[in-house]
Design a protein around this ligand. Structure first.
Ligand code: FAD
Ligand code: NAI
Length: 326
């Protein structure tokens, strides 16, 4: 059985932040998908990709600014300055702002790949269970492989965390931190998003709209050579339609976009995110982390406001705590 010093579950932004800080300490990430990035996801559509998870990120904390600066220098991140609007019951109103926003380039998952550079990541390995064993922990994969580790950090969304840690007390966290789903639609269109006065726009918040949460014209982001528009659904709407097929959701979202924006397009894919965002982003744990056992921590965006920056800071904080505990 292979023994590890530090095992990290999940190669999303939180897990990558932990591993970067602990890289010199034989830290290994287990990731169920084919690559790093988690919800910083870009899906292949023919020869190009579309961002189907996070559409952009903002920076408020100097520690996140440092890694964003490094990503900017490397070319894995670029600023995105969308002409912004928001949906009203009458149509779209322009709402220009001065908020700095960033995107991975050429796609969002480039930021994940940048953070992952040089780290030990075992992809396509899904951890099924984590148990206490002697002075450490035993991890079992869905293919019944076993590993032991001195320290473990779980950075999966909260529901998946509780499923992994059935032998530990995590109810206080899973009762408090609930997550909402999102349906994402990618459409191909020749139309331009515009406000009700005809001024062209690049993106649009949903405001109080019951169906749409965010619309973004992909070609307005640096480096994208496509005519995709990405639509994120409202979380309550997604919860009501979570069991439907991708095809039927795509049809309904296409109609909703046409009615509200006049954009007509061909649906290319609809993606169901079961655990997309915290139900209440104002609920946070102390420093965005939680210690479950002597050598077992949890981290992730849901503990720290549900944004890319929150995921990064949560991961960094858990790494600092672990270092202090040694
Ligand atoms: P994740 O990215 O979910 O990483 C967890 C990882 O764990 C995943 O890679 C998963 O595959 C892996 N995993 C799960 N279970 C196991 C297991 N058993 N074994 C091994 N691996 C496992 N944030 C913004 O700041 N701006 C936005 O515009 C924005 N828009 C969003 C739109 C959508 C549709 C979604 C879904 C999210 C959006 N977010 C946005 C949120 C942002 O994407 C997240 O806050 C952030 O990416 C979460 O990072 P994380 O590391 O905490 O979790
Ligand atoms: P931000 O600062 O750009 O926006 C925060 C919020 O302020 C927006 O949701 C919007 O309601 C409002 N806002 C900002 N600029 C506006 C403008 N010009 N016009 C009208 N309203 C405006 O981004 P921040 O704080 O980094 O938040 C991340 C974004 O990611 C949020 O919009 C959030 O909803 C979204 N998100 C989406 C998820 C999903 O599953 N779809 C999951 C997690 C986050």
């Amino acid at each position: 059985m292979r023994h590890l010093n530090i095992a990290i579950i999940g190669a999303g932004v939180a897990g990558l932040a932990v591993a970067s800080r602990l890289a010199s300490m034989d830290a290994v990430i287990f990731e169920k998908s084919r690559g790093p990035g988690g919800r910083l996801a870009s899906k292949r559509i023919g020869p190009v990709r579309a961002d189907i998870g996070a559409q952009f990120f903002t920076v408020r904390d100097g520690r996140f600014q440092s890694v964003v600066d490094a990503g900017l220098s490397f070319g894995a991140i670029k600023p995105w300055n969308p002409r912004m609007g928001y949906l009203t019951t009458q149509g779209i109103d322009s709402s220009p702002d001065t908020q700095l926003r960033f995107v991975g380039t050429p796609y969002m998952n480039a930021f994940g790949r940048f953070l992952a550079d040089g780290l030990q990541i075992e992809t396509e390995v899904r951890i099924a269970n984590i148990q206490k064993r002697n002075n450490g922990y035993q991890l079992t994969t869905t293919k019944h492989e076993e590993f032991t580790a001195n320290k473990v950090i779980v950075t999966t969304p909260v529901n998946q965390m509780s499923d992994l840690l059935t032998g530990f007390e995590t109810k206080a966290i899973s009762d408090r931190f609930l997550m909402d789903p999102t349906w994402t639609l990618v459409m191909k269109t020749e139309s331009q998003l515009q406000d009700r006065g005809g001024t062209p726009l690049d993106a649009c918040f949903g405001g109080d709209d019951p169906v749409i949460d965010f619309i973004s014209m992909e070609r307005s982001k640096p480096g994208r050579e496509n005519n995709f528009v990405v639509i994120q659904s409202n979380p309550d709407w997604a919860a009501k339609h979570i069991g439907q097929t991708a095809e039927s959701v795509a049809d309904v979202l296409c109609d909703a976009v046409r009615q509200r924006t006049g954009i007509i397009g061909e649906p290319l894919l609809a993606h169901r995110w079961s655990f997309a965002r915290p139900k209440d982003p104002s609920v946070v744990s102390q420093k965005g982390i939680f210690q479950v056992d002597d050598g077992l921590w949890i981290a992730g965006d849901y503990l720290f406001g549900g944004r890319v920056e929150g995921a990064y800071l949560s991961g960094l904080e858990v790494a600092e705590r672990l270092l202090k505990s040694l």
